[in-house]
Design a protein around this ligand. Structure first.
Ligand code: SF4
Ligand code: FES
Length: 395
């Protein structure tokens, strides 16, 4: 009789759950929802050995396990670290993580051009979302950006090496989905680039999946190039009988025209699985079936991620579960840009309508409030100070 495997208890951002041994922290966090799950720019659950490259998924392990509750000395990549029984993990509740993630995004953006207005990936780009969440408004980088000699990799896929963040996902697609590995990253550091071999892998029937896994606009669909913004298109689930792939796709339509065909994606921007297998699609379905009559249309696609791509698609948009309140229970949410903690101007306890005449600086100034009160009630100064302090600490 097989022995029952005992699940491990792990606490992530104050929420405890049980997962089977061998689960990574990232996948455990994904069970809790989109806000708790660390961002992942290189890990892709359908690609073996992916992860460990981009460092966006760093988390703090505040206690290693019940057996050894010491904290881990450094932040760890959650996509590559498995949970232990009794482990305590901090993601958005850790100042160290917030600081590190800001730094990682700043590094990713050093060389990534801010050309979202002309990039076909804009609106569904993971780096764009990451920059909104964690990026700085300005750059501190003063040196020349990386540039590359433009490379033509065939009629279907457009390579913009300057946008590449070297996540290796396309390398794994070439490695695991196509017959021959013709594709890799050459050189190191600032010179690292997707190799010229990519043009050889491009003939393969499944090479188009590189476009779907690329988290940025480095690999885009040449047949869709500059034709439309993704948020103006209407995504529809559709299928056809295909001898090479599962034939289940999303058609990105405007009116009756099919502008683009992609694999169907889940809320982590990964291809959905069917019968336990990833729903990769072949190049015939992706690039050659651009007529609505080629497809059986099933209905509007459900959009379940926070990104511009969901704009104007209220009917089919599924808002991801909000877990922020549970996570921040009992904590002052400084990490969430609580405007009241840095500015008294918007003090929620201050009723603007009750201020006689126009409001001015004094109405919002805590120091003035204390001074005025103490002037009027000199014998209560000590008590009032304490009371005032506690009131503001509770906020
Ligand atoms: S081209 Fe895209 S998928 Fe390939 S390594 Fe660069 S960012 Fe990743
Ligand atoms: S997703 Fe973990 S290092 Fe990139």
């Amino acid at each position: 009789m097989s022995e029952e495997v005992k699940n491990f208890k792990v606490t992530i951002d104050n929420i405890t759950l049980e997962v089977p041994p061998g689960t990574t922290i990232l996948n455990a966090a994904r069970l809790l929802g989109a806000e708790i799950a660390p961002p992942a720019m290189c890990y892709y659950s359908k690609l073996e050995n992916s992860g460990g490259k981009c460092r966006t998924c760093l988390v703090e392990v505040a206690a290693g396990s019940t057996a050894d509750p010491r904290p881990m000395p450094k932040l760890v990549a959650s996509c590559r670290t498995t949970v232990m029984d009794g482990m305590v993990v901090k993601n958005i509740t850790s100042e160290k993580v917030v600081d590190a993630r800001n730094g990682v995004v700043e590094f990713l953006l050093i060389n990534h051009p801010l050309d979202c207005p002309i990039c076909d990936q804009a609106g569904e780009c993971n780096l764009q979302d990451l920059s909104y969440g964690w990026g700085e408004v300005n750059t501190r980088y003063k040196f020349a950006r990386r540039t590359f000699v433009r490379e033509d990799i065939g009629p279907y896929i457009q390579l913009h090496m300057t946008r590449c963040i070297l996540c290796y996902r396309c390398v794994f697609v070439a490695d695991q989905l196509t017959e021959k590995r013709m594709h890799g990253i050459v050189d190191r550091g600032d010179h690292a680039a997707i190799s010229t071999y990519i043009s050889k892998a491009i003939d393969n029937d499944f090479s188009g999946n590189m476009i779907d896994v690329c988290p940025v606009g480095a690999l885009t669909d040449r047949t869709f190039r500059f034709k439309n913004r993704v948020w103006f298109t209407k995504p529809q689930d559709a299928h056809r009988d295909c001898e090479k792939c599962c034939g289940k796709v999303t058609l990105w339509m405007r009116g009756d025209e099919v502008y683009r065909v992609t694999a169907r994606k889940d809320k982590w921007s990964e291809v959905q699985s069917y019968d336990g297998k990833p729903g990769w699609i072949c190049n015939t379905c992706r690039f050659e079936k651009k007529s609505a009559s080629d497809w059986v249309i099933e209905g509007l696609t459900t959009i379940s991620r926070y990104s511009v791509i969901g704009a104007n698609k209220y009917k089919v948009k599924v808002t991801p579960e909000t877990t922020i309140q549970k996570v921040m229970g009992g904590l002052k949410p400084n990490l969430l840009m609580n405007i009241h903690s840095i500015s008294d101007v918007n003090d929620p306890d201050l009723h603007l309508s009750e201020i006689p005449g126009p409001a001015d600086g004094k109405d919002f100034d805590i120091a003035n409030e204390i001074d005025n009160h103490i002037d009027e009630n000199p014998y209560e100064a000590e008590n009032y100070n304490k009371e005032f302090m506690y009131k503001n600490l509770e906020k």
